[in-house]
Design a protein around this ligand. Structure first.
Ligand code: NDP
Ligand code: MG
Length: 383
């Protein structure tokens, strides 16, 4: 079962952990493609170690640096807007791990699916923006979309052996993030340093802010709809601060299956890359005696409005989730530049949902236009 991988976003949190999995299983995985946006030094180091055929450095100003380091090793180096979409089509690849952040994942993922490559999907924004189109293309091209996101991997793992049994509902667990239990008065003045301190997971900056605002759970609700073919009322969110149960499926007989373990992204990454096999690992094991209580509570939708926006976007359909995603990307980037406050991120998303043109049955062109229009509006938004 040799698997030849392209890792889009190999220098990020998911990308580097995926390379740990690859390094521990050299008989199973071969690296064909590695890509990064700005981190040329790490990309070069990874390429020297894993010897891909091709690397992509998206920031064009760094091309010469990467080229001069890797050309002597016979590793091809590409840059430019279309390079991700072309390299994923390489004959030698069987699976693409999409570990880049945000809307930038959409077009390369579509190109990979059309070329018949299986997708290990970390880039949840792809399904948020254009879930119907992407899952439709995957079905048409008979490619699997294997979830990397821990909650969706948990649900997928609960469904193995149950694919013919209807789901009554799924229960997505949320840690609640660093601001669990805080009120709006407190959140008004929180800084990015506070928001970037996630209690259980170490992740890239964008998803860490999304976790603090519960937008991440909102994006995951939409991701789950498309991955598992659910209606909004079949998706429940429960706050579980210990992040040990990664999510659950309730079947029509009332039975609930949960998948659990320590919060360690290498487990779902490895399962997506090796599915249907489970590979032996030396990741730390869960010890029940260290967790005498696992607790659960309702999410606070009054304080964390973004989760409600995601359900609203699902109920409205069309391009509304694409609007929410683009507005959120601008909101998070502005918050990380200290230009807007924590609560203002939700105000900005709400404004875009009300004002950007709604399209009931969008095409890919419509999604591209919606993304552009939303970003423009979001940047004009004043408080
Ligand atoms: P990081 O920010 O850590 O890494 C992102 C990677 O993508 C880096 O390699 C970065 O390159 C590259 N990149 C960023 N923007 C672009 C762009 N516009 N074009 C091309 N390449 C780009 O992110 P994470 O690893 O945390 O997250 C990746 C995806 O996985 C996200 O969609 C996130 O929601 C999802 N995810 C992450 C989890 C986690 O634990 N981290 C858990 C579940 C899902 P460079 O380093 O050069 O900037
Ligand atoms: Mg998750």
């Amino acid at each position: 079962m040799k698997r030849n991988l392209a890792i889009l976003g190999s220098t990020g949190s998911i990308g580097t952990q995926a390379l740990e999995v690859v390094a521990a299983n050299p008989d199973i995985f071969e690296i064909e493609v590695l890509t990064a946006q700005n981190n040329a030094d790490l990309l070069i180091e990874q390429a020297i170690r894993f010897r891909p055929n091709v690397v992509v450095i998206s920031n064009e100003t760094l091309y010469d640096k990467v080229f001069s380091a890797l050309d002597p090793l016979d590793i091809k180096v590409y840059t430019g807007e279309k390079s991700l979409s072309s390299v994923v089509q390489m004959e030698s690849i069987n699976m693409v791990l999409t570990a880049l952040v945000g809307y930038a994942g959409l077009i390369p993922t579509i190109a990979a699916i059309k070329a018949g490559k299986h997708i290990a999907l970390a880039n949840k924004e792809t399904l948020v923006v254009a879930g119907e189109l992407v899952t439709g293309l995957a079905a048409k091209n008979r490619v699997d979309i294997l979830p990397v996101d821990s909650e969706h991997s948990a649900i997928f793992q609960c469904l193995v052996g149950e694919f013919h049994n209807p789901i009554e509902k799924i229960i997505l667990t949320a840690s609640g993030g660093p601001f669990l239990g805080k009120d709006r008065e407190f959140l008004k003045n929180v800084t990015k340093l506070q928001a970037l301190k996630h209690p259980n997971w170490s992740m890239g900056a964008k998803i860490t802010i999304d976790s603090a605002s519960l937008m991440n759970k909102g994006l995951e609700v939409i991701e789950a709809k498309w991955l598992f073919g659910l209606t909004p009322d079949q998706i429940e969110v429960v706050v579980h601060p210990q992040s040990i149960i990664h999510s659950m499926v309730q079947f029509e007989d009332g039975s609930i299956k949960a998948q659990m373990g320590l919060p360690d992204m290498r487990v779902p990454i490895q399962f997506a890359l090796s599915y249907p096999a489970r590979l032996k690992s030396d990741f730390p094991r869960f010890d029940f005696s260290k967790y005498p209580s696992l607790t659960f509570q309702q999410p606070d939708l009054q304080t964390f409005r973004n989760l409600g926006f995601a359900f609203e976007a699902l109920n409205q359909g069309g391009n509304m989730a694409c609007i929410v995603n683009a507005a959120n990307e601008i909101a998070v980037a502005s918050f990380l530049r200290d230009e807007i406050g924590f609560l203002e991120m939700s105000d900005l998303i709400e404004d875009c949902m009300q004002r950007v043109s709604f399209v009931k049955t969008p095409t890919l062109e419509d999604y591209i236009k919606t993304d552009e229009e939303t970003r423009r509006r979001a940047l004009e938004f004043s408080f």
